[in-house]
Design a protein around this ligand. Sequence first.
Ligand code: ADP
Ligand code: MG
Length: 324
Amino acid sequence: MKEFELINRYFKGRGITRRDVNLGIGDDCALVTVPQNCQLAVTTDTLVSGVHFFDDISPRALGHRALAVNLSDLAAMGAEPTWVSVGLTLPNISQQWIEEFTEGMHEIAEYFNVQIIGGDTTQGPLTITICAKGTVPEGKALRRGGAKVGDWVFVTGTLGDAGLAIESRKQGLTIEPEHLKYINNRFDYPTPRVAAGQVLRGLASSAIDVSDGLLADLEHILDMSQVSASINIENIPTSDAMRSSLSFEEQLPYILSYGDDYELLFTVSDDNKSMLDLKLRQYGVEASCIGQIKSGEGQIELLHHGEKFNFEQQGFEHFAKEQV
Ligand code: ADP
Ligand code: MG
């Protein structure tokens, strides 16, 4: 199939049409209108075959995932996702594959009211680069650098599920079929916490999405905010699937250092905490308080029921992305 045929068939005229898109797919550029008093939030993430996903991933899941990881970055800034461009590098792949892949992408785009406004299509080893754009009221974006001593540390949803899915495939862990289904779904179809990010605007002092693992991503907040943190590991939220598959000790590497969950990690001042609790409940966002910001220079103290806890970070060789 020629490039223009592929674009016409799978992208042009598909998906939603937003009123703020003045010109969509078909010209040299797209044209959009950014609402007054808003800033444009822009992010790019690339997924490379063999590096960020297994070759046997379902094309539908890949389409979903490629967009989801980008929307997760917008969520972490408190931005409302609006427009995306899609860079596709494809080897010789069947039409069936492209059909399912674009279906997965259009599904999540529609769910979040995002319009695909352009992209680029080339031949080569399977690679997907998405540039996602969103809007955020001026000065209201959530940054990594705002955590203050005394702030509470929160995380949405549950941690470790995606990692457990990866390792169960690699190591052949025995996991109950219903739990296996759940964790596989968590890896294949991650949910960007878009609503949560918007609830946090004006309340959270810092935020980041958990793509590389709780400790690694918390470190980014601590470095940018020039503070330390103590984390109560018994309060880190886990799924039924995680708790019934692994002992507490076995869970630790997954919940502390495995990534790919795309939950939001954020901090909130003591003054804002009760308002935040209220709003989270109002919007049905699950979040758990897992620790507190302390003074210092980026150290993370782990506590287990108040006692100091030593955790030797285990290196998972799951993907090569950390080595880039
Ligand atoms: P140009 O050569 O000017 O870059 P292209 O032929 O690459 O134009 O693209 C034609 C139109 O199709 C452009 O509007 C571009 O944004 C869009 N497009 C190309 N590839 C994709 C894609 N993978 N997804 C969505 N839109 C695409
Ligand atoms: Mg082009």
